[in-house]
Each structure stands twice: as structure tokens, then as C-alpha cells.
Design a protein around this ligand. Structure first.
Ligand code: NAP
Ligand code: GLV
Ligand code: GLV
Length: 323
């Protein structure tokens, strides 16, 4: 009998076609994510699941169908998954590292440019019919070239973001759990402690995963240390930045601006952020290019195929898992 796979929301056909060669595939065709209860029902009778970062994969979901061998996240971040619960139950978890690195680094740069050069305000200004000619003082922004960039979390995306700074003759500072010699050699980036990064950077971009250590890593105290001309970019996970204190920092001009792709309580966005001009808001678009989403779909499918053939999936999250 063919094994059964659930895909919790439509992903590119390249991934689905791969899966359909071997398995019966059920795709959630609703134009929205599944609720926790719907997910619990849908996993029943399945052997593998491709899930989204908005699906909470906990012990309860795993127990609703003990036959599921793998939950393959259609994302690199996996803070939505309970790794311990999976290890206990000998269930594989996988993610999609690497294929979305460039797209997400580019997104962080898009936000930095949009904030620094007031692109969204300019667009709104024209559409409101206000443009009446070149002005020496209209929508003045911040220079990017030659400035100091601070990277928090020098992993795949953080390093890709930093690499792009060379084109703008920037000095790169970084703070991460560990020092990266190779990265320093290639980019001239300098390892500094957290407070020094906050104090010296003109622009700061956050690229850590969401963990118990990184939650609210940026809050009141950190905004107090930053320059009042600093721009904060967050494409990692919302809760890494304390959103309420960010609103305060933006209102009180403790920092110059912010560019956000992620939010503390997605899909909800702190209401006050929507009324501030010095923040640019994107709806979690880091990996949202045609090319990247196709690669992610193929990668997630490959993980399912391995696990359902009794092999360790190539992007196994809990490497030490004893299955
Ligand atoms: P990664 O290669 O694992 O990089 C994460 C880096 O964060 C690692 O280098 C790690 O440091 C560092 N880190 C972890 N805990 C830290 C801590 N407490 N303090 C300082 N640094 C810490 O992951 P990635 O592929 O770059 O992805 C990073 C995150 O981006 C994902 O987890 C996800 O949440 C987010 N993301 C968002 C989007 C989007 O659509 N906006 C798209 C893709 C990814 P060491 O290497 O020094 O140990
Ligand atoms: C997106 O946020 C991801 O983690 O892939
Ligand atoms: C601006 O358009 C300039 O020519 O300086």
C-alpha cells in the first residue's frame, strides 16, 4: 500500500510531483492555514507531513497519529516544533536550510534600503498627489555607504547579509554564539560583544533563531544603548525583538527607524506600528521568491522520501536522534 503524506498548505508543484511518484498526497487546498484541531484531524492516517512555520507541531499533534515518521518543516526556522517531544517519540523533524539564505539576506537589505531611503513614504507621497517638484529637503534619509553594520547571529543568513555590505564599503561588526574565523577573513568582519555592537552600529540586522536564549534579546535596555540614528532590521523571528519596547523606541526616536518582516504574534501586528512612518512592515516575505519556494518544496519532499524509506532525512534537525 502506498504511504500517505499530508501537506498542510499548497506548495510549489515541483515538490508535490516528487512526492506523488511514491505516495498518496493530500494537500490542504483551503486558502489559509489549518487550525490546531484541523491539523490534529488531518494527520490521522498519514505517514509523513509537510508543515508550515505557522503549524504548531507539539506532542499532542504527534500523538494524534503515531504512524507519522516525519514532520518536514517548509522553513528553516523550527521554533514551531517541539524537538524534545519528537525525540521522545522517535519522530523525525526536518527543515530547509541553505536554499533560502540569499532570498532572506536580500529581503533584509530591501528593508534596510526602504527604511534608510524612505522608499515607502515616498511612494505614499506620490500616490497622495503631494509631489510638486524636486525639493532640497524632501524626505531626507540616512546614507548607507561607508557606515557600520552590526549583525546579530552570524549563521547562514547573517553571513550572507554581511557579505553584501562589501558593495557599500561598510564596516561589519558581528555578535554570535561563536567567533567565525573564515567569515572574518573573507569579509573583514569584526567580532564584538553584544553591548559594543549595539553602541557602535549604525544599522543592526538580527539573524538568530528564536530560542529561550534569544527571546526579547532586543528590549528597552538595548534600545537605550543604540545610536539615535540606528536602524533595526528584523527578518529572524518576531519575539527576538520586544515589540512593545520597539514601538516606544520608534515613537520616542530612541532609534531612527526599523524594518520588520516578522512579528511577535503573527499574523497580528502591534497596532501602533501601523501608524508610525519610521517603520517598514513586510508580511513575513523573507524566502518569498519563486525560485526559493520551489527549492524549499523539493527539499521538504526529499526529506519525506528519505524518512518514509527508513533512512535518515538529509535535513534532520535532531541529529542525535536514535531511531
Ligand atoms: P543558522 O545558520 O542556524 O544561523 C543562526 C545563527 O544564530 C547561528 O550562527 C548562531 O550562532 C546564532 N545564534 C543562535 N543563538 C544565539 C544567541 N543566543 N546569541 C547569538 N547568536 C546566536 O540559521 P539561518 O539559516 O541563518 O536562519 C536564521 C533564522 O532566520 C531562522 O532560524 C529563522 O528563524 C529566520 N528566517 C526567517 C525568514 C523569513 O522569512 N523572514 C527566512 C529564513 C529564516 P553560532 O553559529 O555562533 O552558534
Ligand atoms: C522562514 O521564516 C523560515 O524560517 O524559513
Ligand atoms: C538630482 O537629481 C541631481 O541631479 O542631483
Amino acid at each position: 500500500m502506498r504511504k500517505k503524506v499530508l501537506v498542510t498548505r499548497r506548495i510549489p508543484n515541483q515538490g508535490l510531483a516528487k512526492l506523488r511518484k511514491y505516495f498518496d498526497v493530500e494537500v490542504n487546498e483551503l486558502d489559509r492555514g489549518l487550525s490546531h484541531d484541523e491539523l490534529k484531524e488531518k494527520v490521522k492516517g498519514k505517514d509523513g507531513v509537510i508543515c508550515l512555520l505557522s503549524d504548531k507541531i507539539n506532542g499532542e499533534i504527534m500523538d494524534s497519529e503515531p504512524n507519522v515518521k516525519i514532520f518536514a518543516n517548509y522553513a528553516v526556522g523550527y521554533n514551531n516544533m517541539d524537538v524534545e517531544a519528537a525525540i521522545k517519540r522517535k519522530v523525525y523533524l526536518s527543515n530547509t536550510p541553505g536554499v533560502l539564505t540569499s532570498a532572506t539576506a536580500d529581503m533584509a537589505w530591501s528593508l534596510l534600503f526602504a527604511v534608510a531611503r524612505r522608499v515607502v513614504e515616498g511612494d505614499k507621497y506620490i500616490r497622495a498627489g503631494k509631489f510638486d517638484g524636486w525639493s532640497p529637503t524632501l524626505l531626507l534619509g540616512r546614507e548607507i555607504s561607508g557606515k557600520t553594520l552590526g549583525i546579530i547571529g552570524a549563521g547562514r543568513i547573517g553571513r550572507a547579509f554581511a557579505k553584501r555590505a562589501a558593495a557599500f564599503d561598510m564596516k561589519v561588526l558581528y555578535y554570535s554564539r561563536s567567533k567565525k574565523e573564515e567569515f572574518e577573513k573573507k569579509t573583514g568582519a569584526e567580532y564584538v560583544d553584544f553591548d559594543e555592537l549595539l553602541r557602535k552600529s549604525d544599522y543592526i540586522s538580527v539573524h538568530t533563531p528564536l530560542t529561550t536564549e534569544t527571546i526579547h534579546m532586543i528590549s528597552d535596555k538595548e534600545f537605550d544603548i543604540m545610536k539615535d540614528t540606528c536602524i533595526l532590521i528584523n527578518t529572524s523571528r518576531g519575539p527576538v525583538v520586544d515589540e512593545k519596547t520597539l514601538v516606544k523606541a520608534l515613537k520616542e526616536k530612541k532609534i531612527w527607524g526599523a524594518g520588520l518582516d516578522v512579528y511577535e504574534n503573527e499574523p497580528e501586528v502591534e497596532e501602533e506600528l501601523k501608524y508610525l512612518d519610521n517603520v517598514v512592515l513586510c508580511p513575513h516575505l523573507g524566502s518569498a521568491t519563486d525560485e526559493t519556494r520551489i527549492s524549499m518544496a523539493v527539499m521538504a519532499a526529499d526529506n519525506i522520501i528519505s524518512a518514509l524509506n527508513g533512512k535518515e532525512p538529509p535535513n534532520n534537525i535532531a541529529l542525535y536522534m536514535d531511531v
